[in-house]
Design a protein around this ligand. Structure first.
Ligand code: SF4
Length: 201
């Protein structure tokens, strides 16, 4: 039994890394000790492309397959591309959830590499200005991260059919302001519930 993929609802989620470009104090990977709704997502070792594909099995039985584990999958860009090629060859919907810092991390625009492979990109923006974003999320590129994420979301519109900015309903965050930012740059918006108490399912 491995933890490279896990089911939730009618979707399958891929947990390909525990590394992340942010160190959010509210991250449930710390609070929930690596557990998530009946799964244990802490990886001893990052899986290979083939190990992830083997863990998926019949990918056509899910509504959507989503890169979303206890880390940011774009930190393993090459593996995301290879796994997505296989998923798209099976005609399934593919989404990726990300912190939106990959272009800064790789120092180039990586989004064209995802064209035709990713249907939806969900970018978390938990902050309405650089200072607040830095304080709430402890990102790798500190206060520069906020504008990097906005630029990433704007560029994503050229290569990904659906771009969504998401904000966690943190008690200290004005989610309405983030929604307004998403509207200004012309992408969708979705609020996510703040997960605090551990949920078994
Ligand atoms: S971006 Fe997500 S996975 Fe990364 S530290 Fe923040 S909450 Fe955790």
């Amino acid at each position: 039994m491995n933890n490279y993929s896990y089911k939730y609802g009618k979707n399958l989620y891929l947990n390909i890394t525990n590394r992340c470009m942010m160190a959010c104090p509210y991250c449930i990977k710390h609070k929930w000790a690596g557990k998530f709704r009946g799964n244990f997502l802490k990886l001893d070792k990052e899986p290979t492309v083939q190990q992830v594909i083997n863990s998926i099995g019949d990918c056509t039985k899910y509504n959507e397959i989503i890169f979303c584990g206890y880390g940011d999958a774009l930190i393993r860009l090459n593996e995301v591309i290879e796994i997505s090629k296989w998923l798209k060859s099976n005609k399934v919907m593919v989404r990726i959830n990300t912190a939106g810092l990959a272009n800064r991390y790789y120092n180039k625009n990586i989004l064209p590499q995802l064209k035709g492979l990713i249907d939806v990109i969900s970018i978390s923006l938990n902050g309405s200005n650089p200072q607040e974003h830095n304080k709430l999320n402890n990102p790798m590129f500190k206060e520069e991260s906020f504008n990097e994420i906005l630029n990433f979301a704007k560029l994503a519109k050229y290569d990904i059919p659906s771009v969504v900015i998401t904000a966690v309903e943190l008690p200290e965050l004005d989610v309405a302001k983030v929604k307004e930012i998403a509207k200004t740059i012309g992408v969708h918006f979705r609020a996510r519930p703040y997960l605090n108490e551990y949920e078994e399912y």
